[in-house]
Each structure stands twice: as C-alpha cells, then as structure tokens.
Design a binder for this molecule. Structure first.
Ligand code: KG4
Ligand code: ZN
Length: 336
C-alpha cells in the first residue's frame, strides 16, 4: 500500500507547531515554536501579540518541519489544520497559511478539532483496545470521552466551570509562581507536604467536574494567611492543591471506567504532563495510556494523527469554507 504523508498545522494558542506524520502512527518531524518565554514576563497570553508571533514564525517552522522529515511539499498527500477551539487570531494564522498552501500546491485539506487532536496523541506509539475512555485535561477543557470504537467520541463528563489547567494557572498566580502555572506547581509540589486544609472539588458520583470552589478556597486561604501575617509555604500549598485536583480526576475516571466497562483508559492534554498525575494514574490503572510529554501539551503531531481517519473517508474541506471556530466542540457520532 502507498504511504500516506500528512502535513499538520496547529496554532490554536501560544505554540506554532507543524508536523509531518506518515501512516497514522509515525511522526517524521515535529517542530514547535513556543511563545512561553514572551508570555512568562507578563503572566499570561496576550492574544494580539500571540497572533503576530505566529505570523513571524510559521514559515520557518514549516520549512524546518519539511526538512527534518526529509520531504518536500510535493510529497504531502493532505494538510491537516486545527480550526478550533482556541484563540481566534492565533487560529486564523494557521488557517490562512494552510489555505494558501492548498491553493498554491493543490493539496487537499482536513479540518481537525483541537480536542480530538489531543485524544489522538494516544495513537502515537500505541495500539488502543476498545472500548476506551479518555480524560482530556488542558488549559481550556476538562472532559471525559467514551469511545466504543476508534474515532467515535461520546462526551460523558465535563467541567461545569473552570478547566483543570486553568485552575493550576490561577493558583500559581496566587502563589506568585509565574506563567504557565501548571509546570511551576508541579515543580514546587515535589518539595512540599499536604499541610493545607483545602476542599476536594465536586468529589461526588457524577462524571462532571467543578474547580471554581477549590480555586476560591485557595484565594480565601491565602488572603486569611496574609491578613494574619503568616507566610505561605509555597511548596506545601502547591502540594495540597495538586493532590486535591489529581485525586478528584482519579476518582472520576474510576467511576466512568466502571460505568462504561472500558478496556483501556488515557489521560491527554497539557495537564497530563504533570509528574504526580502520571505517577498516580499509572498506579491506579493497569491499562492506562499517557502520551509522552511532547505529545500531551499542544503539538501538531496529534493533529496529523487525528486527520488520518478523515483522509480514509475522503472527508476533505472546501478551502473556501475553511475558517477559525474559536468555540468548536467535539462532534459526536449522532450529530450531523
Ligand atoms: O493542552 P495544552 O498545552 O493547551 C490547551 O489546549 O489549553 O494545556 C495547557 C495547560 C496549561 O493550563 C498548563 O498550565 C497545563 O496545561 N500544564 C500543566 C503541566 N504542564 C502544562 N499542568 C500541571 N502540571 C504540568 N506539568
Ligand atoms: Zn491543547
């Protein structure tokens, strides 16, 4: 059978990422230019600036991705692009870059949902046994997705307010740890103990999450301690907070695993690169898949992998209709 080679482009937030993926599982190259250094200084992403940086970088990232894969644009069978969810200006840079390539070189385009991309990171280096349950934990989303078979997605749980990653970032800000907060909390927590009395967020039998109560409890506790002139032990605070989030995630995955009788479980998205979460998940679930860190945070390889199913079904988008969809949701099987 002929090899299928897909060029994938991901610019939904603060990473300009382009990959070349062959036959679904083989990542020939992955080049990611992160804007973290710039946004570290201001404590968060500035959307307008992020779009401009994508514009500055995308062509170089593209060239390098082709070079590292040892291919030319004429070897590419289709281009995969993240159309949403994400920051509209950032998404538009990738979308318009892909439109241009498609029109110049007459290459078909596949539109990929960013969250479906995160789930498909599990296919890199793994063969999945179905039914499968995937927990997506990223900066903007916390969702439990049930898959009876490959590429069939049913949302069975979601956050009612903040996403897990967003909560990590906000608590890191309370502790003045800098941006992005998740990796900083991860690092500090390694030197701390669970000494602060914080609540377990929505630790009930449903499959939905809620992190806003825990976030408020962190604000309140830090304010109370400050008013009393008591210095916060950042490592202990990070550790107590992180345990609350991760044990809640584990509890929900356990309930869903039993309810849906799945054969395998995965955790994907930026927060899944958390070292404590990885350790705990591996201990609790024998059939767990957690992508390598470079494939759990935003990257184009996962977008390329996710595009293969649509390639096989000849599901290409008319480039005139291609646009950014900042609030895109996962399309479930029973939807049109
Ligand atoms: O998937 P991702 O790269 O981008 C989105 O789609 O949002 O996830 C980014 C989120 C951020 O909130 C970041 O703080 C969090 O993932 N994150 C972590 C870690 N690394 C990244 N959270 C906890 N521990 C980490 N090591
Ligand atoms: Zn993401």
């Amino acid at each position: 059978m002929k090899d299928i080679v897909i060029l994938a482009v991901e610019t939904s937030c603060d990473e300009t990422s382009i990959a070349v993926v062959k036959n679904k599982r083989e990542v020939l190259s992955l080049v990611t230019n992160t804007q973290i250094e710039t946004f570290e200084k201001v404590g968060g992403v500035i959307p307008e600036l992020s779009s401009r940086m994508h514009v500055d970088n995308i062509f170089y990232v593209y060239k390098q991705a082709l070079n590292e894969a040892d291919v030319t644009i004429f070897d590419i069978d289709a281009i995969a692009i993240t159309s949403g969810p994400g920051l509209v200006g950032s998404l538009l840079v990738g979308v318009n870059f892909v439109k241009t390539l498609s029109l110049i070189y007459d290459i078909k385009v596949i539109e990929v949902n960013h969250l479906i991309g995160h789930i498909n990171a599990i296919n890199i280096n793994n063969i999945i046994t179905y039914p499968h349950l995937s927990l997506i934990v990223s900066g903007g989303h916390t969702e439990l997705i049930y898959m009876n078979k490959e590429f069939e997605y049913i949302k069975v749980g979601k956050t009612l307010d903040d996403a897990a990653g967003e909560c990590f970032d906000k608590v890191a800000r309370i502790l003045n740890l800098g941006y992005p907060g998740g990796p900083k909390i991860d690092k500090y927590a390694q030197f701390g103990n669970d000494k602060y009395d914080l609540p377990y967020p929505k630790n009930d039998k449903t499959l939905d999450f809620s992190f806003s109560g825990l976030k408020s409890a962190c604000y309140n506790l830090s304010n109370q301690l400050k008013m009393k002139g008591i210095e916060i032990d950042k490592a202990d605070f990070a550790c107590s907070f992180q345990i609350r989030v991760i044990e809640t995630l584990i509890n929900k995955v356990k309930i869903a695993q039993q309810q849906y009788q799945v054969n395998s479980v995965s955790v994907v998205g930026g927060v899944s690169s958390n070292s404590f979460l990885r350790k705990r998940m591996e201990k609790e679930f024998s059939n767990i898949i957690i992508p390598n860190s470079i494939y759990s945070t935003d990257n184009a390889a996962m977008i390329g992998v996710a595009a293969f199913e649509q390639y096989e079904r000849n599901n290409f988008i008319d480039v005139q209709r291609l646009n950014a969809i900042p609030n895109a949701e996962i399309k479930e099987e029973n939807e049109e």
